[in-house]
Design a protein around this ligand. Sequence first.
Ligand code: G1P
Length: 278
Amino acid sequence: MILKDSIIKKCLFPAAGYGTRFLPATKAIPKEMLPILTKPLLQYGVEEAIEAGIDTMAIVTGRGKRAIEDHFDRSYELEHQIYGTSKELLMSEIRSIVNNYTFSYTRQVEMKGLGHAILTGQALIGDEPFAVILADDLCDNDNKSVLTQMIEIHKKYPDCCIVAVEEVPKEDTNKYGVIAGENIEENLIKVNNMVEKPEPKDAPSNLAIIGRYILMPEIFEIIKTTKPGRGGEIQITDALLTLAKQGKVLAYKFDGKRFDCGSIDGFVEATNWFYAKL
Ligand code: G1P
């Protein structure tokens, strides 16, 4: 079901990373195009955004990512070939996405971190609140998608940025942005601290940020003044900390299943999960 009255209309998809964990598969194919069953990871993300009422997909790409643009476009020759055959059905979802939604692109020329990738998308987003989906965090929920849940919270707290979080084993905190704060509602936390990939002993909690964000446009100016952090990269977690200190960041413990498809284990798990649902 598509959320009808969403006030968030654009979703940013950072998709410039190299995907080195999946080499050699990602040598010539963008990691966002790796399929879970027959659908590329990025298409799952786009479908989640559509369900949340979003109509414009702003994709930050990089060198070697042209397959993404080709995927979200017509393919006249192929469509002509399968015209009138049963294969046409396999194309109906993507065809409807291409016909009904807007895709805009910009390239991140240098890989300087997720914060920098989001800043690169500023020209596509403009001056309005927006969503961010990291396609390698694949989320599934039969009722309401994670982004739809977050947009509903945004309606109640329209001045706040929102990050999706889930509990992870303490030994895994160094793979994620980790938050701490105080509960203000069931499953909703007002964030007062956030750290990018802390070692378990330094982690303020075991609540890890997963790849779903609702951001206010003021974040762009903040990213511009955010110094490189973990890994020498400009981190969105560090930029958000500035807003958290002003009480303007919420963390939402979402309802649903999430797979880390940036790892081989998570990718296989997601494949088995969606296969079992066929
Ligand atoms: C990024 C963010 C991190 C977040 C994670 C979610 O890290 O920097 O805060 O927890 O996405 O997947 P990456 O996985 O790109 O290293």
